[in-house]
Write a protein that binds this ligand. Sequence first.
Ligand SMILES: Cc1ncc(C[n+]2csc(CCOP(=O)(O)OP(=O)(O)O)c2C)c(N)n1
Ligand SMILES: [Mg+2]
Length: 319
Amino acid sequence: MEKQEYLDYYYQMVLIRRLEEKAAELYQQGKIGGFLHLYIGQEAVSTGLISARRQQDRVITAYRDHGVAINCGIPAKLVMAELLGKATGMSKGKGGSMHMADINRNFFGGHAVVGAHLPIAAGLALGDQYQKTDGVTICMFGDGATNIGFFHEALNLSKVWKLPVLWVCENNQYGMGTTVERASAVVEMRQKAEGYNIPNCRVDGMNFMEVHRAAEDILAQIRSGNGPYFLEALTYRFRGHSMGDPERYRKAEEVHQWQESDPIGIFRSSILKEEIAKEEELNRLDDQALEEIQEAVEFAESSPEPSPEELFKDIYVEE
Ligand SMILES: Cc1ncc(C[n+]2csc(CCOP(=O)(O)OP(=O)(O)O)c2C)c(N)n1
Ligand SMILES: [Mg+2]
């Protein structure tokens, strides 16, 4: 990677972090309604993956989607306005936290029903295969989603039909308040891909470079017609499942221990150690991210609410 790419990806990770810290504050002030699932701690996974995609590659994820939206190129102010339910938001204020999407950026959302987007990902990949584009669909989901029927149906067909899809399991070790050990018969999610004869591996999801390099190799393999691949990224969410989670299912020490492997800290140290950039340059990016988020909040707060007529729009596709 060129120096500028390192800086861009570092910036994206910091921007996601600042955006979500601010969103948590706004939620507590009652300015964001509904659910709010923060991605804090997992930023290296989506940033590592999406930094390796080509423009024609499609991305789809579950409800922990703010970071993915930023990585796909949606401006922070549109994400913030969507969180506040404003008409200027990415989904016109009608989707909220769990339904960020922009098909012009090949980002197909933001899905609230656990596992339900996996068959949609298989369908996107089938479309690309049928139309002979060389696009790959990157589908991200949690460890909990691997226990649901959609997952098994989608993985099976993807292998039978050799679909160009990269299945990415973000194993953050919990599905709401339930540990992987209590919910899954196998503790390594990649083992489930074995049952469908899908090649697979596991990476350190706290390490941007490791995710990025793995994604580059794997996407090239899929693009050359080898069918699906399953990547497990071992990661950890530093915050609760969603806002208001009392977190009785884990100890504060466990969270602190994982915070020592902060993905932003790891990437920052490696940039400095390899003398790619100086500390002052990174500090400047930190300040810039903070400013961008402040501007995003001002934009969102001063934007209008969607009008009542909007309720009846965007329901059916008009030809
Ligand atoms: C079909 C369905 N069942 C249950 C829920 C409630 N629910 C929301 S998130 C969640 C846990 C999913 O965990 P995981 O897939 O590991 O994702 P994470 O939240 O850890 O990112 C559950 C059970 C749901 N949204 N959809
Ligand atoms: Mg999980």
